[in-house]
Write a protein that binds this ligand. Structure first.
Ligand code: PLP
Length: 380
C-alpha cells in the first residue's frame, strides 16, 4: 500500500512511542499527585511543555496541552473571545477547518458575536489589505489558518499578523497542517495564538497544544480540577504530551531538508498528473503550497469513485479533508475558492509524509491515470 493521506493522520514514529512508553507503564503517575510517582510524571510533563515551547520559540507557561487540534482551536477562539469580548466581532476565512468555523458560529449563536469572512481568491489566498479593512476597534479576535488542509494554501501569516498587531487585535492561527513543514517560530510569525496537533506529526491521536501569548486572558472551555494553570482541566495525558514534544522536535530537526525534497517530488507528481490525465485541474496555488500536498479535480468523474479505484490499485488518499469524507456535501473549501459544486465533487487530495519516495509517487501517478480513465469508462 502507498499511503498518500498524511494530512488525515500519520503513524506514530518509533522514537515517539519509545519516549512515551515509560509514562504508560512504570512512571504512570498522575502529575497532580504529591508522591514520587506523581512528581516524575509532573517533571516529564514540564519537560514536554518546555520542549514544545522551545520549538515554537515561546515560554513554557504559554503552552496549553489539549486533546488535539479541534480542542485547541475551540479553546483559542472561545477562550480568547469570551475573556476579551471587546465589540464581539470575529474575523476568519471561509476555508478554515470546521473546528474554527463552528467555534465562531457557536459564539455567534450563543454570545452575540458577529463574524466577518475574509475573501479568498481562486488559490485560497487572502488579501492582507482586505484584512486590514475588516479590522475595527470592535474586533475581538481574528483566526486565519497558516496552511489549508485541502488545497495546501500557505497564507502570508507574518504580514497578516503585522496588520492585526497595528489594530491591536489578537490573531490566532491553526497551524495543524503547517507543523513539520513550515517554521513555527511564533515571534517571527507575530501571532498571538497557534494550534498544533500531534497525530499529523508522528505522535498519537488525542494530543495537541495551543500557544497563547502570555498577556492574553483565556476563559477555559473545560472546567474542573484546574490543570494546565486553569486553562484546561482534566488529568494531563503525560505520555502523549511527551510524544508530541518528541515528534515536534524530530520533525523540526529535518524540516527544511524534508520540505525541499518533498516539494520537488510533489512538483514532479503534479506535472505528471497534469500531463498524463486528460482534463485534470490542480486546485490550490502553484506557489505558496504545502510541500506534501497535491490536490486535483478530475472533471466528469466522482472523487469518491476515483478513490475507490485508487485503493483497489494500492494507493490510499482522500477526497478532501478526512472530516468531510463520506459526506455528500461538496468541500466548503473548494466552493469558497470558486469551484462549482459538481466540479468540487470530483476532488482528490494526495498528501505525502516526509519519507515519501520518488518511486512511490511514480507508481501513484500511473495509478491516477488508470483510475480516472477507468471511472470515466464506466460512466460512459
Ligand atoms: N485543523 C486542521 C487544519 C486540520 O487539518 C485538522 C485535522 O484534520 C484539525 C484542525 C483538527 O485536528 P485534530 O484531528 O487533532 O482534532
Amino acid at each position: 500500500m502507498i499511503y498518500l493521506d498524511s494530512a488525515a493522520t500519520t503513524a506514530v514514529r518509533r522514537e515517539v512511542l519509545e519516549a512515551m512508553w515509560p509514562y504508560l507503564t512504570g512512571d504512570f503517575g498522575n502529575p497532580s499527585s504529591t508522591h514520587s510517582l506523581g512528581e516524575r510524571a509532573a517533571d516529564a510533563l514540564a519537560e514536554a511543555r518546555a520542549s514544545v515551547a522551545r520549538a515554537l520559540g515561546v515560554r513554557a507557561n504559554e503552552i496549553v496541552f489539549t486533546s488535539g487540534g479541534t480542542e485547541a482551536d475551540n479553546l483559542a477562539i472561545k477562550g480568547i473571545a469570551l475573556a476579551n469580548p471587546r465589540g464581539r466581532h470575529l474575523i476568519t476565512t471561509p476555508i478554515e477547518h470546521e473546528a474554527v468555523l463552528e467555534s465562531c458560529d457557536y459564539l455567534r449563536r450563543h454570545h452575540g458575536f458577529t463574524v466577518s469572512f475574509l475573501g479568498v481568491n481562486r488559490e485560497g489566498l487572502v488579501d492582507p489589505d482586505e484584512f486590514e479593512r475588516l479590522l475595527t476597534p470592535e474586533t475581538t479576535l481574528a483566526s486565519i489558518m497558516y496552511a489549508n488542509n485541502e488545497i495546501g494554501t500557505i497564507q502570508p501569516l507574518a504580514e497578516l499578523a503585522a496588520r492585526a498587531q497595528a489594530a491591536r487585535v489578537p490573531l490566532h492561527t491553526d497551524a495543524v497542517q503547517a507543523a513539520g513543514w513550515l517554521s513555527l517560530n511564533v515571534r517571527a510569525l507575530g501571532v498571538d495564538a497557534l494550534t498544533i496537533s500531534g497525530h499529523k506529526l508522528g505522535a498519537p491521536k488525542g494530543i495537541g497544544a495551543l500557544y497563547v501569548r502570555g498577556r492574553l486572558a483565556l476563559e477555559p472551555v473545560l472546567h474542573g480540577g484546574g490543570q494546565e494553570r486553569g486553562a484546561r482541566s482534566g488529568t494531563e495525558n503525560v505520555a502523549a504530551a511527551v510524544g508530541l514534544a518528541t515528534a515536534l522536535n524530530l520533525a523540526e530537526a529535518t524540516r527544511e531538508a524534508d520540505a525541499a525534497r518533498v516539494s520537488a517530488l510533489r512538483d514532479e507528481f503534479i506535472g505528471t498528473v497534469l500531463r498524463e490525465v486528460a482534463d485534470a485541474r490542480l486546485t490550490g496555488p502553484a506557489e505558496h503550497r504545502l510541500p506534501g500536498l497535491a490536490s486535483f479535480c478530475f472533471t466528469t468523474t466522482s472523487g469518491e469513485s476515483v478513490l475507490l479505484e485508487l485503493e483497489r490499485q494500492g494507493i490510499v488518499c482522500s477526497s478532501g479533508s478526512a472530516c468531510a469524507a463520506g459526506s455528500d456535501e461538496p468541500s466548503h473549501v473548494l466552493v469558497a475558492v470558486g469551484y462549482e459544486p459538481e466540479i468540487a465533487q470530483t476532488a482528490v487530495r494526495f498528501t505525502m509524509g516526509s519519507s515519501v519516495t520518488a518511486a512511490e509517487l511514480h507508481e501513484a501517478a500511473a495509478a491516477v491515470k488508470s483510475a480516472v480513465e477507468a471511472v470515466r469508462g464506466i460512466a460512459r
